[in-house]
Design a protein around this ligand. Structure first.
Ligand code: FMN
Length: 233
């Protein structure tokens, strides 16, 4: 699958069934996913793979904070929604020149790559968090050290063929209220010289209509191969 097609067609899959990747396949894919940008090459994470009956035990820990029978039942069933629950543990390198938030950003980048790689192999996944990430019982069960963060589970399996995931409409990524600014520094006192900023100031909106007076994408982007339209500010 081409990368662009993989990005376009990946969706978080809520219903996952067997098969899931083997431990070996997961580790193999992780090796590639871990090539995602990672300031300092710290790889500040570790994974705990939970399958089979261990999911039931995990569910009991999910339910430990519940106060009514219905919530207990619901929480206990949560880990059964996929054959493999890959637990993501954030292991920040403390007192490092790379701050925690960058380490967390690197972990996120790795997860996105992993989800795309899984999708490319025909597997589905969804990153889930919720109240269990703060559960003391769950942390104990997973053997987390005090400085380690539980940042969720990648629920992994095969997409349920009876449920078709909704494909994205083109260009739905960028929120309409947050156009990409191009063509100059928004806070600068004076606009950049014309020869430096031939396109002027424009707000770029991925896939948007750009308004009636929108210059062409070529005018906005000056050769950048990005399918965006732009709107004069
Ligand atoms: C850090 C993080 C935590 C998430 N936690 C949950 C969650 O607890 N439950 C859930 O249904 N989806 C969760 N998601 C998945 C998002 O709901 C999902 O990515 C979003 O709905 C967009 O769907 P898409 O991936 O198909 O575009 C989480 C995603 C991220 C990045």
């Amino acid at each position: 699958m081409e990368l662009e097609a993989a990005i376009r067609t990946r969706r978080s899959e809520h219903r996952l069934i067997e098969p899931a990747p083997s431990d070996e396949e997961f580790v193999d894919l992780l090796g590639w996913a871990a090539t995602a940008p990672d300031h300092g090459h710290l790889r500040p994470w570790r994974w705990i793979l939970v399958r089979g009956d261990s999911r039931t035990t995990l569910g009991v820990s999910f339910a430990s904070g519940a106060t009514d029978a219905e919530t207990v039942r619901r929480e206990m069933r949560k880990p059964l929604r996929a054959p493999l629950l890959a637990t993501l543990v954030f292991v920040p390198r403390r007192n490092h020149r790379v701050p925690d938030w960058e380490q967390l950003a690197a972990s996120s980048a790795m997860v996105n790559s992993l989800m795309l790689l899984l999708h490319d192999r025909g597997f589905g996944s969804i990153w889930r968090t919720g109240s269990p990430v703060d559960s003391a019982e769950t942390r104990t069960l997973l053997g987390l050290a005090p400085h380690e963060g539980l940042i969720g589970w990648l629920y992994i399996g095969s997409p349920d063929p009876t449920r078709r995931s909704v494909l994205r409409a083109p260009g739905t990524g960028q929120p309409p209220g947050l156009p990409v600014h191009a063509g100059g520094l928004p806070g600068a006192a004076r606009p950049a010289p014309a020869h430096r900023s031939p396109a002027g100031r424009h707000a770029l909106t991925a896939g948007g209509t750009g308004g009636r007076s929108a210059p062409s994408a070529r005018t906005c982007l000056r050769g950048h191969l990005v399918p965006m339209r732009c709107r004069a500010q």
